[in-house]
Design a protein around this ligand. Structure first.
Ligand SMILES: CC(C)(COP(=O)(O)OP(=O)(O)OC[C@H]1O[C@@H](n2cnc3c(N)ncnc32)[C@H](O)[C@@H]1OP(=O)(O)O)[C@@H](O)C(=O)NCCC(=O)NCCS
Length: 175
């Protein structure tokens, strides 16, 4: 079955980051993720470095966000059994979900899961036009890594905080 976009929970909308979102009030407990949204995200979007999507409550309050960018994986970084299934190019195309966070006041309502599935859906959809073999994430700590591993993300052998999910698995997860 062809994947379809996940539906946001009632009261929330998924929107590309824009001027009307209150970026400075966002607080998820990880200062780097808060300040990225407040200070850097808008610049990254303008300069075509990242696309940033916001889960908005009442179209203004940011309940969560994620960013997506084009990336590459070095074939030598992959587990050997996976590398064997890919052509012997030094690098393969991928999609990086650089950041994902849910505001402390909106936790435990499956919003993290909704954002992750939305990011995977957008990555899969884009990969039909411009190929991407996997989605990459950088977990900030062991707890974040645990969150991604629930959904099947696999650790790179030599980089314990960078994980990947093959695009084929993304399609199965969403289908
Ligand atoms: C990690 C984070 C995005 C989870 O968001 P959330 O909205 O609280 O999570 P959800 O309610 O969608 O949880 C979905 C499922 O994952 C589980 N889960 C949540 N956080 C988890 C974690 N850190 N490790 C393992 N499982 C976790 C939940 O228990 C839930 O499982 P259930 O459906 O069986 O009850 C959020 O805690 C966060 O923003 N943390 C700070 C920033 C961060 O660590 N970002 C990660 C990337 S750097």
């Amino acid at each position: 079955m062809k994947p379809f976009p996940p539906l946001p929970p009632p009261g929330y909308t998924l929107e590309p980051l824009s001027e009307r979102h209150d970026r400075t009030a966002f607080s998820c407990g990880v200062p780097a993720l808060d300040s990225y949204l407040a200070r850097q995200a808008g610049q990254d979007v303008k300069r075509d470095v990242s696309r940033v999507y916001v889960l908005a409550a009442d179209h203004e309050t940011v309940a969560g966000y994620f960013s997506l960018s084009a990336a590459t994986i070095s074939l030598s970084d992959l587990p050997p059994e996976m590398a064997r299934r890919l052509p012997r190019y030094p690098f393969v195309p991928a999609t990086l979900m650089g950041r994902l966070a849910v505001a402390g006041s909106h936790r435990g309502r499956n919003l993290g899961e909704f954002l992750l599935l939305s990011a995977l859906f957008l990555s899969w959809q884009a990969s039909r036009q411009v190929a991407s073999a996997a989605v990459l994430v950088d977990a900030k700590d062991d707890s974040a890594r645990g969150f991604y591993e629930r959904y099947g993300f696999i650790r790179f052998p030599d980089q314990s905080n960078r994980l990947f999910l093959p695009m084929k698995t993304v399609e199965q997860l969403l289908g």
